[in-house]
Design a protein around this ligand. Structure first.
Ligand code: GLC
Ligand code: GLC
Length: 823
């Protein structure tokens, strides 16, 4: 069953009924001001940091699931006076949830439009954040389709968060006394804690004159009422309450009369503003907000022309970004994801890491080190300058011994001390991120950029020094089988081999109680080889023969250790536990084979020639592949194993315990593509492709336009049900698998590789790739069976599959690729 459809032309997903299985969300904002918006206008906004600068309040895990948002109420004053039912309602359905005669939500690129119609009144609201602005716009157009005039009241409503979203839900004894607002010229300013250490405020403004307002939540809702039936709306009044403590809100009351056929536009602006410390107050002797910055913005943007223009600028911005990589293949599911949604999701994961989504509360995790490095892999082609900045931020949180804080705060850019380091895979991901950045940009000088360790002034060393520290970090921590020690965990956060946890509530990741000198990870070994191989190539470019040699030797040695101790006979083992016993081996009772080392060892180049890669992938196919994707391991753990940690805490089939952890699936797709098996790779690609899964949205439950972190595996009670959509490494890795490996358009240090491995039944495909200031127009046609390639540029054949220098200074070239051989 579907709840909507893809409007590919307009680059939107259209939702046709409001009660989707879960809130289906979109992200608003581009660089600093962000919001989450659901298909019923639920969600919240924040500035830079979802924890420390939360603008509006949201209660996770609510009932109904999604309450709290950017709400609008429409009250038909005449119907009310006649005592008719349903005289007030919300055009986004929530929070009132009165049946609508028509409903439609369009999630687009950086904007969402929600249309609701009832009793011949139609209201369409567009929500977005203009480029480079610190506010969001809600633009409503209301139309009276009746034959009589409509006498209406509109109410806006948001609930302000007292900035620190964690404290906001905790420290009620203080918080219920500190809320403060000001109202001036109909603009509601939220300024809690401004009198003391804060110098930021938020505001909600409206483009038409208001009849009244409320800023005290209970004055608006009335005692023992919720957002679905506010007393003010029921009565059609407002008392102009000023919040002193309790729960500050922003609610305007507007009266409008619409003649038959008439429409009117009402714009609201919800914004965030910082003042310089010197100019905090309107008069230094007073406690009154200096509102001049907000006012000058409102003067422009409460005005239709600016708003319309800003929305088209936003659309152009996305056109440009997506123009970097566009394809036209025989498969609409590929085109839609590659051209649009997958790239769009990659932007969200780059911006938020795993911090704020419908499943991530925005208060816990900050930016993940491992996560952000991987997110960058899928994002770097879109805005390389931002990738550059991110690399330097990430490297700046690395410690001198090469280790990395597992997470950092996007606001302070400092590592999170509470979680610390010791996830032994972390440092290596930085190498992969830098490699991808260099391949995209050729920005070799970045390697000589000075970056501090642990943000300490005076500790600056070159970025290359940091990369070398990452490699050394692994080499300094090898275990009894000469494989990397795992630390608290590697990529699999839940495989905790050094934390024997018996007490409820202990953290599986940070309650380390084993020496850490025995448990080893075959996964890190594979990741290490991949990273060391990149360092070999990077060092070659730097003509640093000593490093070339060193990294080469280290990689070779690690490979030997894997073959000796990490190969199980038909697949790669996963790890060794604290007792030195293998994990992910035929000799185990449960958890005999894991997906991660198969993907990473093969991506690192292992077994490509000796048949073992094929053997491992066949084992994956036989033991792990299911109709909904490839599960993480088998057999699922049926009980809690003290020596394995959190992975065994999940019920079988969910999350890391044999769920389809989608992030890992593209590793297998890439591995298949490396073996030339395009068809097999594509088959896996389709299993988890959200657009393919749209058909059974009632089972899948999450949004059909973005990847979810997890789909319940075959051991679960609900196989095929997805969770944790949006913020997952799946986005970046799937983009890589399809765009770089299956379609085969892949940046490398010295040029653009074109190496498609498409199925036999495809006639070919076209692609446009902007790369290092040149537009490559690529036309692939199948002339026979097999994967033999012939490439010509502007009609002239070249040797090999890499386009090195583009002749002259052409800004556009035509690349013809024929695939297969005529027999
Ligand atoms: C989550 C984490 C990621 C980890 C994965 C597997 O996605 O954010 O860092 O690799 O789970 O445990
Ligand atoms: C990852 C895992 C999750 C685990 C968490 C701990 O996100 O997916 O299962 O609880 O890491 O940090």
């Amino acid at each position: 069953m579907k709840f909507g459809y893809f409007d590919d032309q307009n680059r939107e997903y259209v939702i046709q009924q409001p009660n989707t299985p879960l809130p289906w969300i979109n992200f608003l904002g581009n660089e600093k001001y962000f919001g989450i918006i659901s298909n019923t206008a639920g969600g919240y906004s924040f500035y830079q940091d979802a924890r420390l600068r939360r603008i509006t309040r949201y209660r996770y895990n609510n009932a109904p699931l999604d309450v709290g948002g950017r709400y609008l109420y429409i009250r038909d004053n005449k119907a009310a006076s006649l005592g008719q039912e349903d005289y007030y309602w919300s055009p986004s359905w929530q929070p009132v949830r009165k049946d609508l005669d028509q409903y439609q939500c369009r999630h687009g690129l950086g904007y969402t439009t929600i249309l609701g119609k009832k009793n011949d009144l139609i209201c369409e609201g567009s929500y977005f954040v203009p480029l480079n602005q610190d506010f969001e716009v809600w633009r409503f157009t209301l139309k009276n389709q009746r034959k009589q005039p409509a006498d209406l009241s509109l109410y806006s409503a948001v609930e302000f968060c007292l900035w620190d979203a964690a404290d906001d839900q905790n420290n009620f004894q203080r918080n219920l006394s500190i809320g403060e607002v000001e109202v001036e010229d109909g603009v509601i300013y939220h300024k809690t804690e401004y009198r003391e250490r804060r110098n930021h405020y938020s505001y909600l403004a409206c483009s038409v004159p208001i009849k009244g307002f409320e800023t005290q939540r209970e004055a608006f809702l009335g005692p023992y009422r919720g957002w679905e039936n506010p007393l003010a709306v029921e009565k059609g009044t407002t008392e102009n309450s000023l919040a002193h403590g309790w729960q500050p809100i922003g609610a305007h009351h507007i009266r409008l009369t619409l003649q038959p056929g008439e429409s009117q536009e009402v714009i609201f602006i919800l914004g965030y503003q910082e003042n310089s410390r010197k100019k905090k107050f309107s008069d230094p002797e007073s406690q009154i907000l200096n509102k001049s910055e907000a006012k000058s913005k409102l003067k422009m943007y409460l005005n239709s022309d600016y708003v319309v223009n800003a929305l088209s600028e936003l659309k152009e911005y996305w056109d440009d970004l997506l123009g970097v990589y566009q394809v036209n293949t025989p498969d609409p599911h590929i085109d839609r994801m590659v051209n649009l949604w997958n790239q769009y999701q990659v932007m969200a994961t780059f911006n938020f890491s795993r911090s704020a989504s419908y499943f991530e509360s925005g208060i816990g995790r900050g930016m993940g080190f491992r996560d952000s490095n991987q997110d960058l892999l899928g994002f770097v082609h879109l805005i390389p300058e931002r990738a550059r900045e991110r690399i330097l931020d990430l490297a700046g949180t690395q410690k001198e011994d090469g280790s990395a804080y597992h997470q950092y705060s996007p606001l302070t850019k400092r590592g999170n001390d509470a979680v610390g380091s010791d996830f032994n895979d972390d440092p290596l991901w930085l190498v992969l991120a830098v490699a991808a950045y260099l391949k995209e940009t050729e920005d070799w000088p970045i390697l000589d950029n000075l970056v501090p360790y642990d943000n300490q002034p005076g500790s600056e060393k070159t970025l290359f020094h940091h990369l070398n520290a990452s490699i050394n970090f692994t080499l300094d921590r090898l275990g009894p089988h000469e494989l990397p020690l795992i630390g608290r965990a590697d990529w699999n956060d839940c495989l905790n081999l050094n934390c024997y946890s018996t007490e409820p509530g202990q953290s599986f990741q940070t309650t380390t109680n084993k020496g850490g000198k025995t448990a080893e990870s075959v996964f890190i070994a594979g990741l290490f080889i991949l990273a060391a191989n990149e360092m070999v190539k990077i060092s070659k470019f730097r003509k640093d023969e000593i490093s070339v040699n060193r990294y080469q030797k280290a990689a070779e040695k690690m490979e030997l250790s894997i073959w000796e101790h990490g190969w199980d006979g038909e697949w790669f083992k996963r790890a060794y536990d604290d007792a030195g016993a293998p994990v992910g081996s035929r000799s185990c009772a449960e958890g005999q084979i894991f997906i991660e080392p198969q993907g990473f060892c093969i991506m690192a180049g292992l077994g490509l020639r000796n048949g073992k890669a094929r053997m491992a992938l066949d084992s994956v196919n036989e033991r792990l592949a299911t109709e909904h994707g490839i599960v993480l391991q088998q057999p699922a753990y049926s009980k809690y194993y003290l020596n394995l940690g959190e992975i065994t805490s999940y019920p079988p089939g969910y999350k890391e315990n044999a769920g389809i952890f989608c992030h890992t699936n593209p590793w297998i797709m890439i591995a298949e593509a490396m073996l030339g098996e395009g068809k097999k790779a594509l088959d896996y690609y389709h299993l988890i492709n959200p657009s393919v899964r749209e058909e059974f949205s009632d089972l899948h439950k999450c949004e059909p336009y973005v990847y979810a972190q997890m789909i319940a595996g075959r051991d679960a009670a609900t196989p095929g049900e997805a969770k944790n959509s949006w913020l997952t490494g799946t986005a970046a890795w799937n983009f890589l698998a399809i765009s770089q490996w299956i379609l085969g358009i892949r940046p490398d240090y010295d040029g653009l590789i074109i190496d498609p491995v498409i199925p036999e039944e495809w006639n070919g495909f076209q692609a446009v790739r902007k790369f290092r200031n040149v537009t490559y127009k690529i036309n692939v046609s199948r002339i026979g069976q097999g994967d033999d390639l012939k490439i010509s540029i502007d009609g002239k054949p070249i040797r090999g599959n890499i386009i090195k220098r583009v002749p002259g200074d052409l800004s556009e070239i035509e690349v013809d690729v024929s695939i297969g051989s005529v027999t």
